[in-house]
Design a protein around this ligand. Structure first.
Ligand code: C2G
Length: 131
């Protein structure tokens, strides 16, 4: 039973997110998503459109996601990997190298981001094309 863990805000879900989650799940049997809380998003200078509870509900509906846990800070990854017995940590490669300290605890894999799509881009488009 290979357990995979990944982290993110996952606001305004799009096919780039789905590509990441699908590939992450394909690396193992069980995928845990640590979902950024609204407070942590503020720390990341991100204001999500959907609240944590709304984003959690959306992720939990996906076939690739087995468990959603809250991400409250930058410091919880090592304890999460241990607590949830994650064998693999996965992130998009915009984070390449940033989480290599986890290599002492699990496999660390950075996957290529899906080009030309982002929550910000979608939100900007909708804002600028309000009819
Ligand atoms: N992603 C992707 N392709 C995109 C957009 C996002 O592969 N076009 C990936 C990101 O690399 C990340 C995941 O989808 O692995 C979630 O993206 P965000 O919600 O933007 O997550 P982020 O704000 O990068 O939070 O502790 C880590 C942070 O919580 C990561």
């Amino acid at each position: 039973m290979k357990r995979v863990i990944t982290y993110g805000t996952y606001d305004v879900l799009h096919y780039g997110h789905i590509n990441l989650l699908k590939r992450a799940k394909s690396l193992g049997d069980y995928l845990i998503v640590a979902l950024s809380s609204d407070e942590f998003n503020a720390l990341k200078n991100k204001k999500s459109y959907y609240t944590y509870e709304q984003r959690k509900k959306i992720l939990e509906s996906l076939r690739y996601v087995d468990l959603v846990i809250p991400e409250h800070d930058w410091e919880q990854k090592i304890s999460d990997v241990q607590k949830y017995q994650a064998d693999i940590f996965v992130m998009g490669d915009d984070w390449k190298g940033k989480f290599d300290f986890l290599k002492d605890y699990c496999e660390v894999i950075y996957l290529p981001r899906t080009p030309d799509v982002s929550s910000t881009q979608t939100k900007d488009y909708l804002t600028n094309n309000k009819t």
